[in-house]
Design a protein around this ligand. Structure first.
Ligand SMILES: Nc1nc2c(ncn2[C@@H]2O[C@H](COP(=O)(O)OP(=O)(O)OP(=O)(O)O)[C@@H](O)[C@H]2O)c(=O)[nH]1
Ligand SMILES: [Mg+2]
Length: 532
């Protein structure tokens, strides 16, 4: 190579004239460090590029539905069914942490009962706006016989003996930590100001069934805090309360210890006939409320209690904001179900037909899913919009049992009506025109119970007319209504939709539905991405 053809930039790589050997060593060290940093940046860029490419094939699924204090659409419960089946490692790792949430649910139920007894003692009027499952009780507003005379010294004693649960509730909330907060809505605000429990007539205690509910913004963080607390059991800061007999098992934290010590008193309260009569009069069906575990106290209020899958699914913790979950499907599970849309009320076994081999056709496409669980209250709905972009499927939870209930936040609105409105808005969104729509007509168990107790659908939905008042007919009627709305709101594209009648706390029955849903979403995704 001649002098004129020399690399004009070579001069920049030449050592400075007159460089000593120590200066050279310093320079070379600097150059080596610069190269290391440059290589690192290159590697990061490459990894980001690969992640972006992979992200393109991530299937996004959004769970939607209303949620008001006192009535929920079970979005998080549905998601738990997915994770229990398809994110087994994370599910197992979290299991112990859910114990604290279940304990919190138990304590909440007991405190609610004590407050209702208090209201009866004080002669507080019955709150007619409360959307609870109706039981045979007098029409709100009409004079009701006082049951306070049924409440005796026995109840006073029980109340006193259950007093420590208040402190334990505070401890549990502290454990949930900063990621958690109490969702205080309107009338329930006073509850957070409540002092110690009291059955004295001069007490300031107010009973509202529109309860302040404990919720979390970052479930993962909250559960992680709980697991740390569980590991720390036996640490001095968590000790301090002895059990009835003064003994305490090693490794049992204070909260669990107090709950176990209160087991018999909690059972006595829950099984007491006078208490049941007051609850009935005040239209509170604890059995139908979220996070109900009082029938399982024998098992749960134990020092060695460990939650089962079903317990975790039934545990109630309100979602605030939007939570993201990643699920990676097993690469060996490469068959999908044949189309199983529109099954009858009881999930029908569907024939398993290997219609495609994903690994062979689309590589990793469709293996990674991002599931978004959003807080459903009206004040949170604005937060949904950014998640509509590029979403493959919406799982919409509609509560079929709520045809006779009204929103807590606006007592003029029927809950079913609100669900129809929300469904119309979601179906009509331009961003979702090609999105697969999956509807869970949920809470079939509560619907059956309600109809069995004699509630007539036509009283609340005059258009229901003289159709039979049974669950199958009601579900079919509502499904047709939802389908009609979907059709009206999908004028151009033929959008895929699937409707399922569900009871998502029944994990066994839901397993088949979840599998069918997974397969439908995957099949539609692969088709839309032109992978098949
Ligand atoms: N009886 C009955 N209860 C159910 C059913 N599905 C869910 N639940 C209960 O309802 C409660 C609330 O459900 P969640 O899944 O937390 O409701 P959500 O839609 O996530 O509510 P937000 O987080 O407040 O938006 C849970 O504690 C469940 O135990 C069902 O099909 N039948
Ligand atoms: Mg939730």
């Amino acid at each position: 190579m001649g002098k004129t053809e020399a690399d004009p930039f070579a001069i920049f790589h030449l050592p400075p004239p007159g460089e000593t050997s120590s200066e050279r060593a310093v320079r070379e060290a600097k150059e080596a460090e610069a190269k290391r940093v440059s290589d690192l940046i290159d590697e990061q860029l490459k990894a980001e590029k690969q992640a972006l490419k992979k992200e393109k094939y991530v299937v996004k699924v959004l769970l939607l539905g209303q949620s008001e204090s006192g009535a929920y659409e079970c979005k998080s419960t549905t998601l738990k069914n997915f994770r229990m089946r398809y994110a087994k490692a994370a599910w197992e790792a979290e299991r112990a942490s859910w114990r604290s949430v279940i304990q919190l649910n138990v304590i909440r139920s007991i405190i609610t009962i004590v407050e209702i007894l208090q209201a009866e003692m004080d002669g507080d009027p019955i709150d007619s706006s409360t959307p609870t499952t109706p039981v045979e009780s007098p029409t709100p507003g009409t004079p009701t016989p006082a049951l306070s005379t049924l409440l005796t010294d026995k109840h006073q004693l029980l109340k006193l003996r259950l007093g420590p649960l208040r402190r334990v509730e505070t401890d549990l909330k502290k454990r949930l930590g900063q990621g958690a907060m109490e969702e205080v809505d309107g009338a329930a605000a006073e509850l957070s100001e409540l002092g110690p429990l009291s059955l004295e007539p001069e007490s300031e205690v107010l009973v509202k069934k529109q309860r302040a509910e404990w919720g979390v913004h970052r479930l993962h963080d909250a559960l992680e805090k709980l697991s740390v607390a569980v590991v720390r059991v036996g640490s001095p800061s968590l000790r301090g309360h002895g059990s009835d007999d003064g003994s305490k098992e090693a490794g049992v934290d204070d909260v669990t210890d107090v709950i176990a010590s209160c087991r018999e008193d909690m059972q006595a309260l829950w099984s007491d006939e006078a208490v049941r009569a007051v609850l009935k009069k005040r239209k509170m069906r604890m059995e139908d409320s979220a996070g109900f575990f009082l029938d399982d106290l024998d098992r749960i209020a134990q020092r060695n209690y460990e939650p089962s899958d079903d317990d975790v699914v039934r545990a109630r913790l309100r979602t605030l904001g939007v939570q993201e979950y990643r699920i990676s499907f097993d690469p060996n599970d490469n068959t999908v179900f044949a189309d199983a849309s529109d099954p009858s009320l009881e999930p029908r076994p569907v024939k398993r037909i290997p219609i495609l081999n994903i690994a062979g056709v689309g590589g990793d496409a469709g293996r990674e899913w991002l599931l978004y669980d959003v807080g459903g209250s009206r004040t949170m709905r604005h937060a949904w919009l950014p998640y509509f972009d590029n979403v493959q499927a919406i799982i919409f939870l509609a509560p079929v049992s709520c045809f006779d209930e009204r929103l807590t936040e606006d007592s003029k609105i029927n809950r079913l009506e609100d669900s129809f409105l929300l469904w119309r808005t979601v179906c009509g969104s331009k961003l979702l025109q090609k999105t697969t729509m999956i509807m869970f007509l949920n809470k079939c168990d509560l619907l059956k119970k309600k109809l069995k107790s004699g509630v007539q659908v036509k009283t609340y939905l005059p258009s229901y007319g003289e159709r039979p008042n049974d669950a199958n007919t009601v579900v079919k009627y509502l499904k047709d209504k939802f389908k009609e709305i979907l059709k009206q709101e999908s004028p151009e594209v033929k959008r895929r939709s699937y409707f399922y009648a569900t009871t998502v706390i029944d994990t066994k029955a839901t397993a088949a539905t979840i599998k069918a849903v997974r397969d439908s979403i995957l099949r539609d995704y692969l088709k839309s991405a032109d992978i098949v």
